[in-house]
Design a protein. Structure first.
Length: 246
């Protein structure tokens, strides 16, 4: 169901909360499923197995037609065929009837360690669409606009109603604590990112409930997504207790 701003506007923490619009169903206006991928200069997508698995899982869970892995890979190869020799951002859309649309555009390098801040919006951990990447993600709209004018930042981080860390608008988050990389579990309210899946399966990270209050004491902080991989970031003052971004 689609979350909409609550009547009160803010919760007890001073951040905006979202409530659920009971009039919305997945059949009212079904969103497209999305996969955003990194294709290297040879046209290869290293995380292809994870992208295919997530797409098929979401299609099955939400009742979408899935054309099959071969059809998806063929559509991606066709979109990438004119971009040999450069890294690309590949964006795939799958609609409810199973039709595919794929675009590939050049991808610039990620420079340095970008900043992250804290979103003023609180996620509801039980919102089911948080665990599916679709074109309907209104809880991240304000952050998308904010990031477009703050180029030093890669993302804003969201917390849920229990002050647990969830994710960024386009990334999963990881904290290094006592030499172990930890990432929030899906139950906190987040998307199971493809790079996150790879890191968990390889044993490089572990799931653990993480609180906002854990951030200041973390030895290091990283984000990941299917486009940029796993990389270091620098929290700004908004991620310290008592601060929010303007």
């Amino acid at each position: 169901m689609i979350p909409t701003p609550s009547k009160s506007g803010k919760n007890a923490t001073g951040r905006h909360a979202y409530s659920v619009d009971p009039t919305y169903t997945m059949t009212t206006s079904p969103p497209d499923l999305i996969e955003t991928m990194h294709a290297d200069d040879a046209g290869l997508i290293d995380l292809m197995p994870e992208h295919l698995a997530r797409l098929a899982h979401s299609a099955g869970t939400l009742g979408y037609s899935y054309p099959g892995d071969f059809a998806v890979m063929r559509a991606i190869q066709t979109a990438c065929s004119d971009h040999r020799g450069i890294s690309r951002r590949v964006r795939l859309l799958l609609n409810q009837s199973g039709a595919l649309s794929v675009q590939a555009v050049p991808l610039g390098a990620l420079v340095g360690s970008p900043l992250i801040g804290l979103s003023a919006l609180v996620l509801k951990s039980t919102e089911p669409l948080l665990q599916h990447k679709t074109t309907h993600r209104p809880w991240y709209d304000a952050t998308t606009v904010w990031l477009s004018t703050h180029s030093a930042y890669f993302d804003q981080i969201f917390v849920n109603e229990r002050q647990e860390l969830c994710e960024g608008s386009r990334s999963n988050i990881y904290l290094l604590k006592q030499g172990v990389w930890l990432t929030p579990p899906l139950a906190s309210g987040l998307l199971g990112g493809t790079m996150r899946t790879r890191l968990l399966d390889s044993g490089q990270v572990q799931e653990s409930v993480l609180l906002l209050s854990d951030l200041p004491d973390a030895q290091a902080v990283r984000l990941s997504n299917g486009l940029r991989g796993w990389f270091d970031v620098k929290p700004d003052a908004s991620l310290l207790p008592g601060h929010v971004l303007p």
